[in-house]
Design a protein around this ligand. Sequence first.
Ligand code: P5A
Length: 453
Amino acid sequence: MRLSRYFLPVLKEEPKEAQIVSHRLMLRAGMIKQQAAGIYSWLPLGFKVLKRIEQIVHEEQARAGHIPLLMPTLQPADLWRESGRYDDYGEEMLRIKDRHKRDLLYGPTNEEMITDIFRSHVNSYKDLPLTLYHVQWKFRDEIRPRFGVMRGREFLMKDGYNFDLTKEAALHAYNRHLVSYLRTYERMGLQAIPMRADGGPIGGDYTHEFLVLAETGESEVFYDSQITDLTFGDRQIDYDSVEECQAVLEEFTSRYARTDETHDEAIFAQVPEERRRTARGIEVGQIFYFGTKYSESMGATVVGPDGARVPVEMGSHGIGVSRLLGAIIEANHDDKGIIWPEGVTPFHVGIVNLKQGDNSTDSACDAIYAELQARGLDPLYDDRDDRAGAKFATMDLIGLPWRITVGPRGLAANKVELTNRRTGATEEMSPKDAIARLEQIYQPVLGPKVQDK
Ligand code: P5A
């Protein structure tokens, strides 16, 4: 993309309404615009990051063998009357009447609707196991929407639902989700720690929240510091293997890590004192096992191997896709702006032309831009007629991990500068070497696409 043709409405002034750094930077970098409390437009740069995050989610869901579909945002109230949650959900649910005075609601989650789809089409245990998911907008009329996309009223969630014949199989689905979420968050450059949590309005006996540690987090958390040494890395897990998923779950959940809802001082006291930590965290996901809570009330049964009908075993799993932008920025910024991890950056590299209008500089930039694109990279070329300082400030603010700076002096010696946003380290090299280096850096990000099982 050429910046002269893009729509990047960066703000010069500090937005007064923003209380935390991620909200401030998203507004300043022209990523979002508030339309009403907790409701945002996603401007091109923000939309691009949102799509990158969504893409990672889809790829990791495919790797785990989960099937995408799409359910609507509006739901009939009758489905929720069947489960009993229409009244229970309270004021957080946005209730709507259509012209025929029928009750609808803007979905805060989709347990009821997916259970309805299941009962309409699945009859036999032979069609199990099955995990369906979608990435769709939700609405929760939060009493205190705040911190930008972090606690919105309208927000994007990946929500998945597993259907299994037995409790044992449903617990495997739970474990498999925990493993696949670890990998998903790491690809976004985040350490998200699974912590024992409370079921809340979703319900359920087993539930873990995934928390990114950050001072601005809304949740208070208690954990054994050893847990922050764990990384998932590039393990090749067989998601169908009960043992392999179980082993990873045990590795990542055996140390003390709980939210305030489930915190137990007596158990925490058994952790050696020097490893006990109290901190704040951002909840970027949650997984639930709730058995037959919805299938029983809504009549979602299958014929089992012995010919008798049994309610299907279920769980649900959510990732806060739009909230993740805030969480990633909270964890990756400095006083100049955002520092995107390579896995989610809106553009792979910025090209800064130091002398726009100079024939040889312009054509060198054009050639670098075209060559990067030819290799599958996505550059943002600042081709505006502006001061170098202003161009650098914009690049730093929007946080592209790499910058190529092109000026007439360097070009005379066939050199450009390649700068790392995080460290500030700059190296001089030929345009060809800079392109090759970037191609190598982004290899893991652009790598082969995940195939369905
Ligand atoms: C699991 C999927 C559920 O709703 N039903 C379907 C289950 N879980 S949850 O924990 O309530 O939500 C899942 C994730 O969504 C994000 N989230 C939000 N993001 C932005 N603004 C909000 N107001 C908001 N509420 C929830 C969180 O990341 C949460 O973990």
